[in-house]
Design a protein around this ligand. Structure first.
Ligand code: KG4
Ligand code: ZN
Length: 390
């Protein structure tokens, strides 16, 4: 031991994952047991099913990660686990297992925020490629089915990382909007990959979604107002997001353009295909031009909104680079347009590989590394924190 070997464990949602990473940068193994096809039948993640699957998978997944890394438990320097945010019961499986393992081995336990993990996945890969130097402070966009957050990542003198949340969605996450829109167009779950693959076939200028009219509600940061009559502005700097309006706009479009019948026909045809993995050629055949235009326009608007807010925040806070992470970071149009905008501004930008953009445990072990160095360990009463903030 003493070589910086960390076993990472992740069970916050619908993937049971374990990975062994050396010194926060060398991935020795990265094992993921996905429950995606299980939950696909229900159009979303079912918490009770997720916990049961995690219980079934956690031991074999950890064993496999250790075997693939070719190391024994005694070689580990620490055990890291996702403490939140996520589903309470799902988190509990990983935390309980990690705690027992760390305690039994007499090794330190490190609690990691899932979102921090997503950010570190990208930075770890950027370091490995070493093509772009990512220097702090960084503007990080975490965009998935549960989150749409902007963070300014900085480093303290002790070496620990700190994050300032400078923007977030006030309602739906961007990935959630993808999932809901895909569902209301009769497509499968999760919706992102389906819409991404189909968007290239439509005209993104066909339908205009105006984000200026979908004003985020100003929300309060627990600021008490001394005088109720004084209009105190508690809204944030203007880097928040809102995606429930565009979902409603798509729904309204489907209704006013009498597309319901074709949606139902498509839903039935796709149900017969019966597989979670979309055959895009076949699905494309099931979409008329109007539907493809609607999909292209939806994606154009969502990506444009993410892009404007992200780069405005990067400029305001003097970020020296941009990191995009989370499931929606897999989106092809997002990558293309963010890269072009970053190039235009001369800012380095990094995205995760497709393999590391979905939930995994290598990112948890990587995020744990600066904490390990800073001696930032969890106590034995580490608890699942479903609403954990970064
Ligand atoms: O990070 P993730 O795997 O799980 C969490 O939500 O934490 O993200 C899943 C989300 C889903 O909403 C899915 O529809 C979306 O990421 N997604 C995409 C794409 N691939 C996955 N959204 C847009 N375009 C994609 N290519
Ligand atoms: Zn995630």
């Amino acid at each position: 031991s003493g070589t910086g070997l960390i076993l990472g464990i992740e069970s916050s949602c619908d993937e049971t994952a374990a990975a062994v990473v050396r010194a926060g940068s060398v991935v020795l193994s990265n094992v993921v047991a996905s429950q995606m096809s299980l939950h696909a039948n229900y159009g979303g993640v079912v918490p009770e099913l997720a916990s049961r699957e995690h219980l079934r998978n956690i031991v074999p997944v950890v064993r496999e990660a250790m075997a693939q890394a070719g190391v024994g438990f005694d070689d580990l320097d620490a055990v890291a686990v996702t403490e939140g945010p996520g589903l309470a019961g799902a988190l509990l499986v990983g935390i309980t297992y990690a705690k027992a393992l760390a305690y039994g081995l007499g090794k330190p336990l490190i609690g990691v925020n899932h979102l921090e993990g997503h950010i570190h996945a990208v930075l770890m890969e950027a370091r490995q490629r070493s093509e772009v130097a990512m220097e702090l402070p960084l503007l990080a966009l975490v965009v998935s089915g549960g989150h749409t957050h902007l963070y300014l990542a900085q480093q303290s003198e002790a070496g620990a990382w700190s994050y300032r949340n400078v923007g977030r969605t006030v309602d739906d996450a961007a990935g959630e909007a993808y999932d809901k829109v895909a569902k209301l167009l009769g497509l499968g779950y999760p919706g992102g990959p389906w819409l991404d693959a189909l968007a290239g076939r439509g005209n993104p200028r066909a339908v205009t979604f105006n984000f200026a009219q979908i004003k985020p509600r100003p929300h309060r940061e627990g600021i008490s107002m001394p005088n109720k009559k004084a209009p105190v502005s508690t809204s944030r700097p203007g880097f928040d997001f809102s995606f429930s309006g565009i979902k409603t706009a798509v729904l309204r479009y489907v209704e006013t353009h009498h597309m319901r019948q074709s949606v139902e026909a498509r839903r039935r045809a796709i149900a017969v295909m019966g597989d979670a993995k979309p055959d895009i050629e076949a699905v494309g055949e099931l979409c008329d031009a109007q539907t493809l235009d609607l999909i292209a326009s939806f994606q154009y608007a969502v990506v444009g909104n993410l892009l404007r807010q992200s780069f405005a925040a990067a400029e305001t806070f003097g970020a020296r680079g941009v990191v995009v992470s989370g499931g929606v970071a897999a989106n092809s149009e997002l990558r293309r347009r963010f890269q072009a905008e970053a190039d235009r501004r001369g800012l380095p930008i990094a995205f995760p590989s497709l393999a590391l953009s979905t939930d995994n445990a290598a990112m948890i072990a990587a995020a744990a590394w600066p904490k390990f160095l800073a001696g930032d360990f969890a106590s034995e009463d580490l608890a699942a924190t479903p609403q954990l903030r970064l």
